[in-house]
Design a protein around this ligand. Structure first.
Ligand SMILES: Nc1ncnc2c1ncn2[C@@H]1O[C@H](COP(=O)(O)OP(=O)(O)OP(=O)(O)O)[C@@H](O)[C@H]1O
Ligand SMILES: [Mg+2]
Length: 691
């Protein structure tokens, strides 16, 4: 015996109904170390089998006339691992063949060992031991099965747990992707990913490297989902690729053609990914639209450039103005003093050339925002309507002219004569851009602070827009970028000075507004002036008067100008007009003369003078004599700002003709004697537009 039985599962049940067979067998087996349990009958046997046993020893006669059903049911219902061992003790018979009943039983009980009686003790013990060993192996198999089942269910649990974790990870991934997508959308970004395996093969041997970098472009274009990179920027792409292979980082800022053929500035950032051997396998990154940022930067650069040019131009033009004042005036004086036709002809030519110079100077001053403006409250609709005939004559027959005027247009405070010039300038540009005809539209529009068409970057407030649009050639981006620069022209020499748009810009800015160009090459151009809305209402009717030149009368005029040439000319001109003239080269000298000399009827004062400027001198004069008539001369300074001191004074713009000076003097003297002139008197004749 290998181990002693310790529990019910290893006990041996004994059923021997005759005499003391049962107790004798039990005693014998217990003696051999088995745990034994006698059973009283088949039912008792079944009950004990159900509560557990290692084997059963049954005397054959126990089956006789007994109901075997419950026992056989139990045998049938054993679990798969169990094949319970029975030892059946048979009676010795003369007939060696087994009794049919016993054979039947052997078959039904399945695992049966027959022992013929009388049984040797050692035989019975050996048989019991063998049965118990077999039963133990069955128990082991049962344990193994249980363990397997437990392992299987643990595995199932683990699989369930893992599946749940995977699902969670997947949900997190989807949420992260959603967040990334939203972030990319918010930043106007997209992603791209380029497989480099095919490219790597193309890249070796290394001498093909350059062409291989170029060959990446079509795949990259597909990866970013766009149409192309503009030809000028393709080299930038190749450089970015080479840098990426050298440093691992990809950076590219270039112009990309969209599927609708529009071109936008994009920034691509990316990284190079390598395999374990260090071979590049992927290039991936993001793509961001920076067109607006580039435009803002470009606009700022342009504005700053124009500002600097404007300051320079204004300064130079101011000096030229003084020179031209002297030149034109002296020519005029010379013309008055000669009857010689040949000399007069020469003087006329000189005068015409000087006039052209004066026109250029005034355009430059306009660009430098230093022209003299005579603003008043104006309806742009009236102004545009009144220009109809002029536009038709200027533009010619092949172009259709149309006006689109907004009803109830807000008034603006501008110099109407200058604005007419501006519109005419723009119309001439449009005409030149439509050599084979087309359509010109002059439109007006109210632009409230919340209007979606209102360009960003303008100071707050309401604006009135007046635009001149054509269906002409449009401008290439490099032309549009320079169009406002003075002397930039694409026209033949002699056809364009390149000052038209500069003047338009200067006028708009000096009037508190702005200009916008909207142009597409081959499609047409629209130039829009945005002018601040005036809070003043329009006057009922316009009563324009211009001062007519008249021969001088016995009035005394003091001329104050630090520029000797201009002063001399002015003095001579006034003397020619029969005025009595005093002159001073500074504010101080002027004050001295005013104190000591004869009464002075009118002071003609240059605005720009060193030490004491024209305004300061006028202030001093008016302090002691508030009604003193004053006529200001100006090359570029502007008195027209509303509420500024002297804003309503008469001003003459340099260079001026003798007739203009005469008219201005007349006007200033008349003003002293009469009541104030109406608001709309424009004392200076506007230059005629000549082309
Ligand atoms: N409506 C337009 N369509 C196409 N191009 C234009 C238009 N307006 C201006 N341009 C371009 O801008 C350039 C500058 O215009 P700008 O009016 O300042 O000068 P210009 O017309 O050449 O000369 P100027 O006006 O002094 O006679 C023009 O030469 C032209 O190339
Ligand atoms: Mg022009």
């Amino acid at each position: 015996m290998e181990t002693r039985p310790v529990n019910e599962a290893e006990r041996i049940l004994v059923l021997a109904p005759t005499g003391r067979d049962s107790s004798a067998a039990c005693a014998l087996l217990e003696n051999a170390g088995f745990l034994c349990e006698p059973c009283s009958d088949i039912d008792d046997l079944r009950r004990k089998l159900e509560s557990g046993a290692g084997a059963a020893i049954l005397a054959e006669e126990a089956f006789f006339a007994a109901d075997l059903g419950p026992l056989l049911d139990w045998v049938q219902s054993q679990p798969p691992w169990s094949d319970f061992p029975f030892i059946v003790l048979t009676a010795r018979r003369g007939d060696p063949s087994l009794h049919k009943h016993t054979l039947d039983l052997v078959e039904k009980l399945r695992n049966v060992t027959l022992q013929e009686r009388p049984v040797q003790t050692v035989t019975l013990v050996t048989a019991a031991n063998a049965a118990l060993l077999a039963r133990r192996r069955q128990y082991e198999a049962a344990r193994y099965l249980v363990e397997r089942e437990q392992a299987a269910s643990r595995l199932e649990e683990l699989v369930g747990e893992r599946t749940r974790q995977l699902q969670e990870a997947n949900d997190q991934l989807v949420a992260a992707q959603d967040r990334l997508r939203m972030a990319l959308e918010a930043a106007q970004m997209s992603t791209w990913d380029l497989d480099l395996s095919a490219y790597e093969q193309a890249r070796s041997p290394s001498r093909q490297r350059l062409s291989a970098d170029a060959a990446l472009l079509p795949s990259w274009i597909r990866a970013i989902g766009k149409k192309d990179v503009v030809p000028e920027d393709r080299e930038l792409f190749e450089t970015a690729c080479r840098d990426a292979f050298a440093t691992g980082k990809f950076h590219l800022e270039c112009r990309i053609v969209w599927h609708d053929d529009s071109v936008r500035w994009m920034v691509a950032e990316g990284r190079l990914y390598q395999d374990e051997q260090g071979h590049p396998v992927r290039l991936a990154g993001t793509l961001r639209d920076v067109t607006e940022r580039r435009q803002i930067e470009e606009n700022l650069r342009q504005t700053q450039k124009l500002e600097v040019i404007g300051q320079l131009t204004g300064g130079v033009a101011h000096d030229f103005n003084n020179l031209l004042t002297a030149v034109i005036g002296n020519i005029e004086l010379a013309e008055r003093r000669t009857q010689d036709d040949r000399l007069l002809h020469i003087l006329h030519s000189a005068s015409a050339a000087a006039e052209r110079g004066a026109k250029l100077t005034s355009q430059l001053l306009a660009f430098g925002r230093r022209q003299h403006l005579a603003p008043r409250v104006v309806s742009l609709n009236d102004l545009v309507s009144s220009m109809g005939d002029l536009l038709l004559q200027t533009i010619g027959g092949a172009v259709r002219v149309e006006t689109v005027l907004e009803k109830d247009l807000w008034p603006v405070m501008i110099d109407p004569t200058q604005l007419e010039l501006v519109i005419l300038n723009l119309a001439i540009n449009s005409r030149d851009a439509m050599p084979h005809g087309g359509k010109l539209t002059v439109a007006t529009k109210n632009l409230g602070a919340a209007d979606p068409d209102r360009p960003t970057g303008l100071p707050a407030g309401d604006y009135v827009a007046v635009s001149v649009s054509d269906t002409g050639t449009g401008m290439a981006p490099d032309v549009a970028a320079k169009a406002f620069e003075p002397f930039f022209s694409t026209k033949d020499i002699g056809r364009g000075t390149g000052l038209g748009l500069s003047q338009v810009l200067g006028f708009a800015q000096q009037s508190g507004g702005e200009v916008r160009i909207d142009t597409r090459f081959g499609k047409g151009t629209s130039v829009t002036l945005l002018l601040p809305r005036s809070q003043q209402s329009l006057p009922k009717s316009v009563d324009e008067r211009s001062a007519a030149p008249r021969d001088g009368r016995a009035a005394t005029i003091l001329v104050v100008d630090d520029d000797a040439a201009v002063r001399e000319l002015t003095v001579q001109a006034l003397e020619t007009l029969n005025y009595r003239v005093l002159e001073a080269d500074s504010g101080r000298a002027a004050l001295g003369l005013l104190r000591s000399a004869d009464p002075v009827d009118l002071a003609v004062i240059d605005l720009v003078m060193p030490v004491m400027n024209g305004r300061q001198l006028a202030t001093r004069i008016r302090a002691t004599d508030p009604d003193r008539a004053i006529l200001f001369m100006t090359g570029h300074d502007d008195l027209s700002e509303p509420n500024a001191p002297f804003a309503n004074e008469t001003v003459i713009r340099k260079p001026f003709k003798v007739v203009e000076l005469a008219a201005a003097v007349e006007h200033a003297l008349a003003e002293r004697d009469r009541e104030k002139p109406p608001w709309n008197v424009t004392p200076i004749r506007a230059p005629k537009l000549t082309r």
